[in-house]
Ligand binder design. Structure first.
Ligand SMILES: Nc1ncnc2c1ncn2[C@@H]1O[C@H](COP(=O)(O)OP(=O)(O)OP(=O)(O)O)[C@@H](O)[C@H]1O
Length: 262
């Protein structure tokens, strides 16, 4: 579905950050990228959505090289929710409706049907009640739900989500994770997320890509027992597992090797 082949990217001249990265994202699955702060997770999502261009290597969507596609055709294939997204100066409903722009041939205003689709997307993400408020007036969690409605409305086969549960309370967090799961299961969307909450990652993903310092550290299916060892090594934490009839839960605590005496 999404393939990165020998991709390199650096923010600063002569200081390579991502070097020769290969990544193959399986279609129809939920993949989570995890890793310590600053290891390059958001950079990978920005490269995958063409917001950054690789300096070497190529990124393929199916057979197509993403760097050679027009902005609009990329937007028909990939939607992306970033951390610290720009806040559009418009109402929430207008912002969600504007997410349909990749499908417009000439701008003649949005149709009634498009507005109805937007209202439906806002209902699903629980933000319909503030649809007439300006985006700048919303709380962090309200705005995040509008951003998720925009992603829903853009209706692309590949969805990239950078920390989708930021600002969300625990109830809405699980609602949004269930919505993401249902987009994947029922509408066959391929989802790539960045999550810091490893319990959520393990609960909702098919596989985890662990990154370290601009490289892929390890890739695991979520059922793989070695995954906990990777978490211990990569993050320097202890992991304990608790099971009930349905799920396994993980408790992360500070590693006994770490000295944090102040
Ligand atoms: N626009 C930029 N200009 C210069 N350096 C940048 C820029 N964006 C990111 N970086 C640097 O690139 C590295 C990777 O950043 P990135 O945001 O991809 O990490 P991340 O793994 O998503 O981090 P976090 O978990 O903290 O969100 C960091 O060291 C960061 O400081």
């Amino acid at each position: 579905m999404l393939k990165m082949e020998g991709v390199s990217y650096s923010y600063h001249k002569n200081r390579p950050f991502i070097t020769n990265l290969d990544l193959d994202i399986e279609a129809g699955k939920i993949t989570t990228i995890a890793g310590p702060n600053g290891c390059g997770k958001s950079t990978v999502l920005k490269l995958a959505s063409c917001l950054l261009r690789p300096q070497t290597g190529k990124i393929l969507l199916g057979e197509k090289n993403i760097s050679l596609m027009s902005k609009k055709s990329v937007a028909r294939e990939v939607s992306v929710l970033l951390q610290n997204s720009q806040i559009p100066d418009m109402t929430a409903l207008r912002a969600v409706t504007a997410a349909r722009y990749p499908y417009q041939t000439s701008f003649t205003g949005y149709t009634k049907a498009e507005e109805e689709m937007s209202e439906y997307a806002m209902e699903l993400t629980g933000c319909k009640e503030f649809r007439h408020k300006n985006m700048a007036e919303l709380s962090g969690g309200e705005r995040q739900r509008v951003f998720l409605a925009m992603i829903y409305n853009q209706d692309t086969p590949l969805i990239l989500l950078d920390e989708p549960t930021t600002y969300l309370d625990i109830h809405v967090t699980y609602e949004m994770m269930e919505l993401i799961r249902s987009l994947n299961k029922k509408q066959k969307k391929t989802v790539v997320m960045v999550l810091h909450d490893l319990n959520l990652a393990l609960q909702y993903s098919d596989s985890l890509v662990f990154m370290r310092q601009g490289s892929i550290f390890e890739i695991h299916k979520t059922g793989d027992h070695h995954i906990l060892e990777s978490i211990r090594t990569l993050f320097g934490v202890e992991v304990r597992t608790y099971n009930d009839d349905l799920n396994s839960y993980y408790c992360f605590t500070q590693s006994t090797d770490t000295d944090t005496t102040i």
